[in-house]
Design a protein around this ligand. Structure first.
Ligand SMILES: C[S@@+](CC[C@H](N)C(=O)[O-])C[C@H]1O[C@@H](n2cnc3c(N)ncnc32)[C@H](O)[C@@H]1O
Length: 281
């Protein structure tokens, strides 16, 4: 009789704090026979949830072939594999090539989303990335380095939109990043935060502006495992501004007493636009 194949779970391990694992991720880790985790950015305590006897491998020194060999050998023995990635697997997670190989081998797999480091950093900074009356979009990208960027996705192209901008994998190139952001239209006074290893015990947060962030990062001496968060949303003073009719500081409509939407009738005029009928997001 042939052994039924096992299953692979590609699991978002979150930014580092094990309490930011989802319940589903935790239960997959608890029941997995084999765990292969990105030990550069997934906190080792995440693996403490493994059942006794589970086989545990760190992946930072493995190449794709070695990871797949471990995975396929386990699956062919009917075992369950948890492949734990940092943050959410869909962002710079190198999962596409893993999924292609699993598809080619007809292996059953499922993805469990995780808390992306960008959102953990936003929480740490206590910011809303979409600012009422300000930027309503978020660009997540990286600076060009060993990986070249496609046409239209150079920093200068993306930065021209003036959105909240979150850079992964870019903190080692701060001088060039700042130069490109300034050329694209952000100004010396644009707020920037650099968040190193958010959710880890050695986390560092630097808040400043484009005028001196490169120097501060250089002085902090970290060259990886950090996010660069740029734009008005990162202004630490926003939280102290009180919206009035006169000062142009806005609040969102969503909880405004005069705003009508699908779930609530406000005491103002009923809007006739699409947003008034929206689901209140
Ligand atoms: C290969 S990417 C993986 C991103 C991950 N999939 C996510 O959703 O956060 C690694 C980069 O993500 C960012 N990153 C991941 N975890 C981080 C953390 N805990 N603190 C700060 N930056 C982090 C850094 O820019 C790092 O260089």
């Amino acid at each position: 009789m042939t052994q039924p194949q096992g299953k692979v779970y590609i699991v978002g391990g979150g930014p580092g704090d094990p309490e930011l694992l989802t319940l589903k991720a935790k239960s997959v880790i608890e029941s997995a026979d084999v765990i292969i985790y990105a030990d550069s950015l997934v906190h080792p305590s995440v693996v403490d949830f493994a059942k006794p006897g589970a086989e545990v491998h760190g992946s930072k020194t493995l190449n794709l072939g070695e990871i797949m060999d471990l995975t396929l050998a386990a699956v062919r023995q009917g075992k369950t594999v948890a492949r734990i990635q940092s943050g959410d697997p869909s962002i710079y997670g190198a999962v596409l090539e893993q999924m292609r190989l699993l598809e080619a081998e007809h292996v059953d797999y499922e993805i469990i989303p995780g808390v992306c480091s960008a959102f953990a950093a936003a929480a740490r900074l206590k910011v809303e990335l979409t600012v009422p009356g300000g930027p309503q979009s978020i660009i997540m990208t990286r600076a060009e380095g060993r990986v070249s960027m496609p046409d239209g996705e150079q920093l200068k192209d993306l930065a021209a939109h003036g959105t909240s901008l979150i850079l992964f994998l870019s903190v080692s190139r701060m001088v060039s990043v700042v130069r490109q952001l300034l050329e694209a239209g952000y100004t010396e006074s644009t707020p920037v935060a650099v968040v190193y290893r958010v959710g880890w015990p050695d986390e560092i947060v630097i808040r400043s502006t484009l005028s001196d962030i490169a120097e501060k990062v250089r002085d902090g001496k970290f060259t990886l495992q950090a996010l660069v968060m740029v734009g008005e949303a990162m202004d630490p003073n926003l939280i102290h501004q009180v919206p009035t009719a006169a000062n142009g500081v806005a609040s969102s409509h969503l909880y405004s007493s005069d705003y009508t939407h699908l779930y609530r009738t406000g005491d103002g005029e009923s809007p006739d636009d699409e947003e008034g009928g929206s689901d209140g997001d």
